[in-house]
Design a protein around this ligand. Sequence first.
Ligand SMILES: Cc1ncc(COP(=O)(O)O)c(C=O)c1O
Length: 371
Amino acid sequence: MNPIPVNEPLLNGNEKKYLLECIDTGWISSEGPFVKQFEEQLATRVGRKYGIAVSNGSVALDVAVAALGIGFEDEVILPTFTIISCASAIIRAGAIPVVVDCDPQTWNMDVSQIEAKITPRTKAIMVVHIYGLPVNMAAVLVLAEKYGLHIIEDAAEMHGQMYQGQPCGSFGAISTFSFYPNKHITTGEGGMVLTNDEKLADRCRSLRNLCFQPQKRFVHEELGWNFRMTNLQAAIGVAQLERLDEFVARKRHIGKRYTELLIDIPGLQLPLFQTDYAENIYWVYGLVVNDDVPFDAEYVMHRLSSYQIGIRPFFWCMHEQPVFQKMGLFKDVLCPVAQRIARRGFYIPSGMALTDEQMEQVARSIRDIFK
Ligand SMILES: Cc1ncc(COP(=O)(O)O)c(C=O)c1O
């Protein structure tokens, strides 16, 4: 059997042509024209006024938190079931992450738990759309309005996704994307911060660029970072963005086909096809092993790896991270739903270049394990 990678991007559009343009013109740094083009085109697609391209989706969150002025002892509410980038951006700003559990069906933050976590120190809700379905934004928008909180929308996994007809990445004060190669569109490494607020956009640009000052370049009033995206990365991004609709359709095909192939295997929870507010775009095709099955995700992943099938475990909860426990964070926090899916969940090859034959091979292997 040939190995099946967990993810393989499709780079057979204008990527090579635009990259050659960078080489031929000598524009390879962040000053090149593709960066602005990519920023403008993604912002337009998402319905935002400003896009600020950065080096990856993790630092996009650092910039977003810092730009909002979130700092010492402020609290930010986020899902425990997410990538560490979300919590680390909050902690690095000197603020305190406060987690909520997730929904057992969508795997997104359980929005019914947010209000009880709001205190006078709460400054923001960090919404993270997980694996292909958006968070139930209506409830979050009501709470943000009621308590005067910022929404930071981590749309890293949501290129092309809509929530009730409104693009993901267009909610709240500020939103972020990642363009790692497992995303719907990639730049190799890359990210973007988006907002409608001109002052916030200026602040993000400054933070991304070491807080150089326009008049006195090497005199700094504040500390920033070098989180700039290169023209080479943006060139790939522009080419990828041209195909976003096609890529979303491709992912939906993968989701549909896997569902047909796996639906009758007892003991496996499949991703929801849709909710009241969105249709799944299957950033990854996640599976959760039911409680009555006498093995967990680790066993299934081990077996699939032995068939050379690329797999990844689900996220590990923020409140169970050794690094945060050593910092004294999340004492006595329990999130049973997220703790369970972190142990019983994994995802299977879901990349853009995946073929129908490969999906059938993956499904046959899973069937073999569950028989
Ligand atoms: C929800 C979410 N946020 C942030 C990130 C971080 O993005 P990056 O890998 O580009 O740093 C990821 C990466 O997969 C993600 O899934």
